[in-house]
Design a protein around this ligand. Structure first.
Ligand SMILES: CCCO[C@@H]1O[C@H](CO)[C@@H](O[C@@H]2O[C@H](CO)[C@H](O)[C@H](OCc3cn(Cc4ccccc4)nn3)[C@H]2O)[C@H](O)[C@H]1NC(C)=O
Length: 134
């Protein structure tokens, strides 16, 4: 499988935003946007699933601490379609992470009390066109 985008050595502070612009593949099974300290310690694993791991059209969110997944949080809305161009904006504070999409917004608790984001990875069936930190 093709390696996705990975950005390390970041210093994203509470209130700042990570914007990932790209296109969902026309035959996407799923993709993920991970933010946190590194690949083993994630504030947020944001994982839209079109059809994978037994889920259909479901966003699964989770955290990961020292390589161990937390409890999954499945969102009610699924504002994605195959082939969509979209922009995913992730920000956080001491209590939660927020994911803003063109037509939806989700929250996920900052379970690890993370105080800065150093790591971003985009995996799966999503073609990154641009990233912006603001
Ligand atoms: C009912 C007993 C089994 O439960 C299932 O257990 C699976 C294994 O732990 C759960 O799937 C895992 O859920 C994690 C979040 O909680 C992650 O999504 C695990 O995937 C990590 C991952 C990312 N990637 C790269 C990637 C990402 C997106 C698309 C393509 C490749 N490869 N592996 C994914 O394998 C899956 O969400 C879980 N399902 C339920 C309903 O709990």
């Amino acid at each position: 499988m093709e390696q996705g985008l990975v950005v390390t050595q970041l210093d994203i502070q509470p209130g700042e935003c990570i914007k990932v612009k790209g296109k969902i593949l026309s035959d996407a099974k799923g993709f993920a946007v991970n933010v946190g300290k590194d690949s083993s310690t994630l504030l947020l694993h944001f994982n839209p699933r079109f059809d994978c791991h037994g889920d259909v059209n479901t966003i699964v969110c989770n955290s990961k601490q020292d390589g161990t997944w937390g409890e999954e949080d499945r969102k009610a809305d699924f504002p994605f379609q195959h082939g969509d161009k979209t922009e995913i904006c992730i920000s956080f504070n001491e209590t939660e992470a927020t994911v803003k999409l063109p037509d939806a917004e989700f929250q996920f608790p900052n379970r690890l009390g993370m105080e800065k984001i150093e790591y971003l990875a985009v995996e799966g069936d999503f073609k990154v066109k641009a990233i912006k930190f603001s």
